[in-house]
Design a protein around this ligand. Structure first.
Ligand code: IMP
Ligand code: MG
Length: 176
């Protein structure tokens, strides 16, 4: 048997939402440069598509933190696996994330980044799962709010699978 996938957001709907976010971000950072910090691996597709819709000068940085193993539950353990290449002191930093779930990883990450003295620090997340929040996190730019479902696609995985799907779907694993 295979995992069951049910589409929640089509590629067209996601593209339109990213276009809207890009327009707002471009307006907010008018006349300035912004450093996009892509949180690997989940935000890779979102960050690239968002960057294409931002009209102010953009720099790319990548970071990876661990919060999930191959399970669908947060471990509560957050560790930096890959750090930024360049200092962010004095820069406008826009963290790009796929989804805010418990909020643990992002809360930790924003504290780490703000300690490095950026000129501004904002968060953009494609998805928000507020029902599962354990730690408060302010999302400055948000794509979609979703109920407590486990989703895949557009960068998001289930046991490292389905990241390449051009749409977002709810997954019901085979064993359930
Ligand atoms: P948090 O620390 O619980 O907020 O975890 C956020 C991270 O968990 C995200 O960056 C995702 O990598 C992962 N995650 C949370 N919910 C989902 C989901 O529904 N599908 C896939 N990954 C998820
Ligand atoms: Mg992630």
């Amino acid at each position: 048997m295979a995992d069951k996938l049910e589409v929640l957001f089509s590629e067209e709907v996601i593209t339109e939402k990213i276009r809207e976010l890009g327009a707002i971000i471009s307006k907010d950072f008018d006349g300035q440069e912004v450093t996009l910090v892509c949180i690997l691996k989940g935000a890779s597709m979102f960050t690239c598509e968002l960057a294409k819709r931002i009209t102010v000068p953009v720099k790319f940085e990548f970071m990876q933190v661990s919060s999930y193993g191959n399970e669908t539950e947060s471990s509560g353990v957050v560790k930096i696996l890959q750090d930024l290449d360049e200092p962010i002191r004095g820069k406008n930093v826009l963290v790009c994330e796929d989804i805010i779930d418990s909020g643990r990883s992002m809360h930790y990450l924003l504290e780490v980044l703000s300690g490095r003295g950026p000129a501004s620090l904002k968060l953009c997340s494609l998805l928000d799962k507020p029902d599962r929040r354990v730690v408060d996190v302010k999302i400055d730019y948000k794509g979609f709010t979703i109920p407590d479902k486990f989703i895949v696609g557009y960068g998001l995985d289930y046991a490292q699978k389905y990241r390449n799907l051009p749409y977002i779907a709810e997954v019901t694993p085979d064993a359930q």
